[in-house]
Write a protein that binds this ligand. Structure first.
Ligand code: PMP
Length: 330
């Protein structure tokens, strides 16, 4: 019988699917790694499992302990799944700008959610960083995974995402393209693919215009989950051969096209990564095999990217959800 013992055992081994409609003729093959097919709906399930494994092994997380992390989304879901399996409590700290739906997802999985004001500087005692540090001090048996620093994050991608891509392309992958948030995905997956290919696989990081990886200063952008205004320890800048910056407008337009034309309802950082992957595939020509990682699904973005009014209010709307060109009467 093929029956998993627990949903956590279903993390990883996500499929690759060829992108069709959005790829320009004459380009290389573009294959998307569909991470929303992880049980918690994102690539963050992978790091959650490995961070908890490592903390158990080191004794930092003990039976009955509490996982405390500042997260509003995907990492929280992954941690909550692992916590359920192994009997830990979860307390997630998130800023009040995070919508009620997202908070309720975490609560639905059994986590406690502590909300902090967005409009205070990071050094303020009520800031989301300080509140999570205080909770770690106050709660007996608390452990903070800290995905921005924890080496088990990149290691999980080195041990799972990289080998899966090599296996599923029969070692023919020429380029790996992924968005950079904490940097764990690009660092771990990229390092594995470079090692196994003897340096042949080229690694392309993608970030929103304004973020530090492409030389920005942390100017605000609206794509979620990628880009930073500081350099996290989970990121090894020697791994990417190149960083491509993509605008919010191009990221969101491509995100909508992926749903409408290629059947992939995914998040905004996926559209962003695909814009860069298509540039690489066009530039490198028909012999290239470009793998692009799509971190999460689109359901969490219905009120934003998949909402014509929201898109229009930022000047991003190029065509409406019912397929009209923006500017035509709706
Ligand atoms: N996209 C989304 C939606 C994410 O949540 C994340 C993780 N922050 C990323 C992309 C980037 O992955 P990483 O942190 O491994 O760089």
């Amino acid at each position: 019988m093929r029956i998993a013992n627990h949903v956590v055992d279903l993390v990883g081994n996500t499929p690759l699917v060829k992108l069709n409609s959005v790829v320009k003729p004459g380009s290389g093959l573009v294959a998307a790694k569909v991470e929303y097919l992880n049980p918690g709906g994102s690539s963050k399930d992978r790091i959650a499992v490995r961070m908890v494994d490592a903390a158990e092994a080191s004794g930092e997380l003990k039976p009955g302990g509490t996982i405390v992390e500042p997260t509003s989304g995907n990492t929280g879901v992954g941690l909550a799944l692992v916590a359920q399996q192994r009997g830990y409590k979860c307390v997630f700290v998130c800023p009040d700008k995070v919508g009620e739906d997202k908070r309720n997802v975490l609560k639905a999985y059994g986590a406690e959610v502590v909300v902090c004001p967005t409009a205070v500087p990071p050094e303020h005692p009520d800031s989301y960083y300080n509140v999570s540090d205080r909770l770690v001090r106050e709660i007996d048996g608390a452990w903070k995974p800290n995905q921005y620093v924890n080496p088990a994050g990149p290691q999980s991608h080195y041990e799972t995402t990289g080998p899966e891509i090599w296996r599923d392309t029969d070692g023919t992958v020429t380029h790996f393209v992924a968005g950079v948030g904490t940097g764990g995905t690009i660092t771990g997956t990229g390092r594995y693919l470079k090692e196994i290919s003897g340096g042949k696989v080229k690694v392309v990081g993608v970030d929103p215009e304004g973020s530090v990886y492409s030389g920005g200063t942390g100017r605000p952008y609206l794509v979620e989950g990628v880009g930073e205004d500081f350099w996290p320890q989970a990121y090894d800048p020697s791994i990417p051969d190149e960083i491509i910056a993509v605008s919010d407008a191009d990221s969101f337009d491509m995100t909508r096209r992926l749903a409408r034309e290629d059947g992939l309802l995914v998040g905004g950082s996926c559209g962003m990564a695909v814009v860069a992957a298509l540039q690489v595939a066009e530039r490198e020509g028909p012999d290239a095999v470009v793998v692009v990682l799509l971190p999460d699904g689109g359901r969490g973005y219905m009120a934003k990217i998949f909402n014509d009014k929201w898109m229009s209010s930022y000047g991003f709307l190029r065509s409406t959800l019912d397929g009209k060109t923006a500017g035509e009467p709706l």
